[in-house]
Ligand binder design. Structure first.
Ligand code: 4AD
Ligand code: MG
Length: 453
């Protein structure tokens, strides 16, 4: 039976007989013997294989080139070489699938931009191996975080008729040909439908039945912003908590970020090493800092005051009623506080219809959690649970109550104060790895003009 390389490189003792399957990373030949470095994706470390003339299959060694897939039988023995504990002495080596010299990962040091053009192969490199193992582990950590706290996991629909964020950034889906607006009733679902921008509205219905829920799935935004932190398709985690206000919401968001940082350090230290070495020297220290220190919490108006007094010349205006831009978020987290910051109580006019109006009648109980290096990773709010206020807010945002009838129903039947937030999973990964472009933490990025794979 085949053993994954991670168990061999971390073995406590030699092993008489093992089978390894993987891909050749490099081969070095000497007189009468060759070293193969083999990787199977189970860990960062390659297994060194020392084959020689006694190895069955050695006559074909020249075909064991970088990128080829191989099957190897042999014994795990202590390595005399520095930098590794074990190496494999094979009795037999078999070539499964050859790779010719056009294999694009022949040498190290390709740029991230080039590697994006070979997204189907970049995952065989050290860095992308580490990134996507991290993605898998952190997905598990997300589920663990919520399951340990008795949150019920909900699969909210991907196809929807309602625009949760009201920003008009939805991808329309249709089976109609020609002018799709002429007779939308003839469409597959009998009305215009879209890919969801958020599972929140449906999530709220589940919270009003199960108390604590979370979603974790793909979301889509037809935002034409070609930035390093926006993607047209991304994954979002959206907890929703019944009987909870904005303070409980901010507490949970901060606890979540700390726990993810802790999980990363405790369970993914090897891959973190690669990020420290090749991506961001400070990443481990920053994670430690985030675990140890309390986060800063300030109201929106306070954030404006700090930005106005910063003496900085921002590109975008700092004035009441304007959204905080990336440059503002970065100033607050990286320069002023040097820590994650939660900004809350935003002007109602710049936030969606579902947010709860504060006593002042001007602001809503919204919160954004900002982290150094990235800015907003989490956006959330307390929801408007009062029927009359909600109806008024639907009108204020020029939406049609008919489209939200089931959402409005929740306020008629056993309404409760409730709150929740959305975490951009890729932004969380950027924060945990130090990788600075969202295109490098998602397997096949979808950005304006790019859906090649
Ligand atoms: O702030 P947003 O738009 O909030 C919502 O969608 C709410 N319905 C969440 C809720 O309260 N349940 O998005 C939440 C997070 C952002 O903070 C950001 O991290 C991420 O989703 N996000 C994106 N990530 C990548 N590419 C994009 N285009 C993103 N848009 C939002
Ligand atoms: Mg937001």
């Amino acid at each position: 039976m085949r053993t994954l390389i991670k168990y061999l490189v971390n073995s406590n003792s030699p092993i008489e007989s093992v089978v390894v399957k993987g891909w050749v990373r490099t081969r070095r030949d000497s007189k009468g013997f060759s070293f193969l470095e083999v990787n199977d994706g189970s860990c960062l470390t390659n297994l060194q294989v020392m084959a020689d003339a006694n190895t069955v299959g050695y006559k074909d060694i020249s075909r064991f080139t970088t990128g080829a897939s191989v099957e190897i039988y042999g014994s795990l023995v202590e390595s005399p070489a520095k930098g590794q504990k074990w190496e494999l002495h094979p009795t037999e080596i078999k070539l499964i699938g050859p790779a010719d010299s056009s294999y694009p990962l022949q040498k190290k040091g390709h740029s991230l931009e080039f590697l994006r053009t070979i997204a189907h192969l970049r995952i065989r490199s050290n860095l992308f191996g580490a990134i996507f193992r991290t993605r898998s582990k952190i997905a598990y950590a997300v589920h663990k975080f919520f399951q340990d706290r008795d949150f019920v996991y909900v699969h909210t629909p991907i196809i929807t008729a309602s625009d949760c964020e009201g920003a008009g950034e939805m991808f329309r889906i249709t089976t109609l040909k020609g002018n799709i607006d002429e007779n939308p009733q003839a469409d597959f679902f009998g009305k215009p439908t879209y890919l969801t921008v958020s599972g929140q509205l449906e999530g709220e219905t589940f919270a009003c039945a199960f108390s604590n829920i979370y979603t974790f799935g793909p979301t889509f935004r037809a935002e034409n912003s070609n930035t390093a932190r926006h993607s047209a398709e991304f994954w979002m985690i959206e907890p929703e908590i019944a009987f909870c206000d904005i303070n409980g919401d901010m507490n949970l968001a901060e606890e979540f970020i700390k726990e993810m940082a802790r999980y990363m350090i405790q369970n993914n230290s090897d891959d973190l090493q690669i990020f420290e070495k090749f991506v961001d020297k400070q990443v481990r220290d920053r994670l430690k800092f985030v675990i140890e220190r309390p986060f800063v919490r300030i109201q929106y108006v306070k954030a404006l005051e700090i930005l106005k007094n910063s003496g900085k010349n921002f590109e975008f205006p700092v004035e009441y009623g304007a959204n905080l831009q990336a440059e503002h978020e970065r100033y607050l987290t990286e320069e002023h506080f040097k820590s994650p910051v939660t900004v809350y109580n935003y002007p109602r006019e710049i936030k969606p219809f579902y947010m709860r109006l504060n006593e002042d009648g001007k602001t809503v109980a919204a919160m954004d959690l900002l982290v150094p290096g990235i800015g907003e990773v989490i956006g959330g709010s307390q929801r408007e649970e009062r029927l009359d206020y909600l109806l008024e807010n639907v009108k204020y945002h020029k939406l049609s109550p008919e489209n939200y009838w089931w959402y409005i129903d929740l306020r008629k039947y056993g309404t409760v104060p409730h709150a929740g937030f959305g975490v951009g999973f890729e932004r969380l990964l950027m924060f945990l790895t130090g990788v600075s472009n969202i295109r490098d933490v998602i397997p096949y990025p979808r950005t304006p003009g790019n859906a090649d794979f």
